[in-house]
Ligand binder design. Structure first.
Ligand SMILES: [Cu+2]
Length: 336
């Protein structure tokens, strides 16, 4: 007893001495000594730590890491605006490519030719028919040949434009074939919700990311969202839009897709994405204070990866209750 008491007193005295010395030496040293007793005191604790680690490891890490969905990194210049760009974004859907080709090879040449032709006529008149050169104006009021020409040529131009135009319009509104999956985009003030009625009906709520976080993820500010609308690539998707409060519009320029999201009704259009990638858009109907802060991020994945993502969200694949596994239970809470 006496020995034990003496030992304890000596221990306290030594510790006090060390502390005093440390105070004299340097503040850094003091911090080190102050930390030392904390680490040294629970002698039994370090022995338990590895035990706790090994017990927790198989439960937490491996299942999550095995099939975990990782948001795809966007490709520069693909599916998003480019700096100083003045034309359309590159197109990644069949109708988009058709429309872009029509714009580039039909509309732009016609517009350019007509503009320069009219500009030329104006200059011709200014130069050759000004008062000093042509003091006596012509009294001609009718010229059958010219009148037929300026009626017929515009008609031919309009017909030439109308034929591919109607065909493009028809392609854009072609109903979805049977067996395609449906995705419903709901506009809320001010975020998007993506529902997968053919995959169990879960909804993914998508909010804008702060600029700093967007940049950290390699995405453009104002365009990145925390959750994406994940869809399969290379298959037609029946995309429905609706609004929950006011009119919004679901628009993704690089997929040639724009459809109003109107409360109380469903709009529908086929979305076909040629290849996997990340495609950005924005709400395109003035919908209130934060209208400019509800970006759309569509991530197209190969079908198998899309199905893995669906399961991860707690959804089902192929119309049947594919895997109502343990992992499926907590997922809906995660997505909302
Ligand atoms: Cu909106």
């Amino acid at each position: 007893m006496i020995f034990a008491d003496t030992a304890r007193m000596m221990g306290t005295a030594i510790r006090t001495l060390i502390l005093a010395a440390a105070l004299l030496i340097a503040p850094q040293a003091m911090a080190a000594v102050a930390a030392a007793p904390v680490a040294a005191a629970p002698v039994a604790a370090p022995a338990q730590l590895p035990l706790a680690d090994t017990a927790a490891a198989p439960v937490v890490t491996p299942p999550a890491a095995a099939e975990a969905y990782v948001p795809m990194k966007p490709t520069d210049g693909k599916g998003q605006p480019v700096a100083a760009g003045i034309g359309f974004q590159d197109q990644y859907s069949p109708t988009g490519q058709e429309a872009l080709a029509m714009h580039n090879y039909l509309l732009m040449p016609v517009i350019t030719v007509i503009t320069f032709f009219v500009l030329g006529l104006i200059f011709w008149v200014i130069v050759f028919f000004r008062k000093s050169v042509n003091p006596v104006a012509s009294k001609t009021s009718h010229n059958t040949a010219i009148e037929i020409a300026w009626t017929l040529i515009p008609v031919i131009i309009l017909v030439v434009i109308a034929v591919p135009s109607m065909s493009l319009l028809a392609h854009q509104y072609k109903p979805a074939p049977k067996g395609t999956i449906t995705v419903k985009a709901t506009g809320y003030q001010w975020y998007w919700g993506y529902t997968y009625p053919d995959n169990g009906g879960f909804e993914v709520i998508s909010n804008i990311l702060p600029d700093v976080e967007a940049l950290a993820r390699g995405e453009q500010p104002q365009l990145a969202a925390d959750k994406r609308m994940v869809v399969p690539a290379g298959v037609p998707i029946r995309l429905q839009t609706t609004g929950s409060d006011v009119i919004h519009a679901f628009a993704v320029p690089s997929l040639w897709f724009k459809l109003d999201a109107v409360p109380g009704r469903i709009n529908e259009k086929v979305l076909f994405i040629n290849e996997p990638g990340v495609y950005y858009g924005q709400c395109s109907e003035l919908c209130g204070a934060r209208h400019g802060y509800m970006p759309i991020v569509v991530e197209a994945l190969p079908k198998a990866k899309f199905e893995a993502w669906v399961k991860e969200q707690g959804g089902t694949v192929g119309g049947t209750a594919a895997t109502p596994s343990v992992a499926a239970a907590p997922a809906p809470a995660k997505t909302v």
